[in-house]
Design a protein around this ligand. Structure first.
Ligand code: DX5
Ligand code: ZN
Length: 216
């Protein structure tokens, strides 16, 4: 099964962004994870289009943009222009999720559904076939450096069952509190993509931290 590490730039040193991107470019990470927060869907504001554009221009790796914003449909084309290869939108922020996923695909990007910790996997059953990835949030979105919510393991199993039953190859992404100590169990439980912010960028050797998470 596919295993990918996606370092989350929320935890990076913004004064040394070029070096941080260069580190990820050299590393075994296949994706870059870029967290966009609007202070409305989540109680925090992160960074926006100009930063995504500069990061994307400095890498050939896959740019995974996680929109934690209300009305994400308003900004899809802008993020595509900035260099996004994939956009995930929150199921809780999209009353017309099917339409939004189609819009992302029509713009030539991969489409993801992000799911808050309290949102049941059952809510994905009639829409999952339209997504390339499901981002299961393993913390409440809005901040880096939080503690992993253990109930996520049950959700991974449920989601894996849905994906297998339907014969899909949707990726399962885990976002929040991923560390060396849980990476292996997450992969073994059925996750494909691990987002890691603090455990990569705050590590003494971030490139090694990425390799260790992948080989965990
Ligand atoms: C949280 C973000 C995450 C965050 C993960 O709202 O979606 O991507 O950056 O950070 P860590 O790995 O530090 O929990
Ligand atoms: Zn994220």
């Amino acid at each position: 099964m596919k295993r990918i590490i996606a370092p989350s730039f929320l935890a990076s040193n913004f004064l040394k962004l070029a070096e941080e991107v260069a580190m990820v470019n050299k590393s075994e990470a296949e994706w870059l994870h870029l967290d966009i927060m609007d202070g409305r869907f989540v109680p925090n504001i992160s960074f926006g289009l100009p930063v995504v554009e500069q990061i994307a221009s400095a890498t050939d790796k896959f740019c995974d943009v996680h929109l934690m914003i209300v009305e994400p449909e308003k900004y899809l084309a802008d993020f595509k222009k900035a260099g996004a290869d994939q956009i995930s939108v929150h199921i809780e922020a999209c009353p017309h999720l099917h339409r939004v996923l189609e819009q992302i695909h029509d713009l030539g990007m991969k489409a993801g559904i992000a799911v808050n910790p309290h949102t049941p996997i059952d809510f994905l059953r009639d829409i999952i076939q339209h997504a390339d990835v499901v981002n299961l949030m393993s913390v409440n979105p809005g901040f880096g450096g939080q503690k992993f919510i253990e109930h996520t393991y049950i959700k991974i199993k449920e989601l894996r069952e849905v994906i297998d039953q339907k014969g899909l190859n949707t990726l399962i992404q885990i976002d929040g509190g991923v560390i060396q100590g849980n990476a292996r169990t997450l992969f073994d439980t059925g996750a494909n993509v691990l987002v890691a912010g603090s455990s990569v960028f705050k590590a003494p050797d971030p490139e090694k931290a990425i390799a260790d998470l992948l080989g965990a």
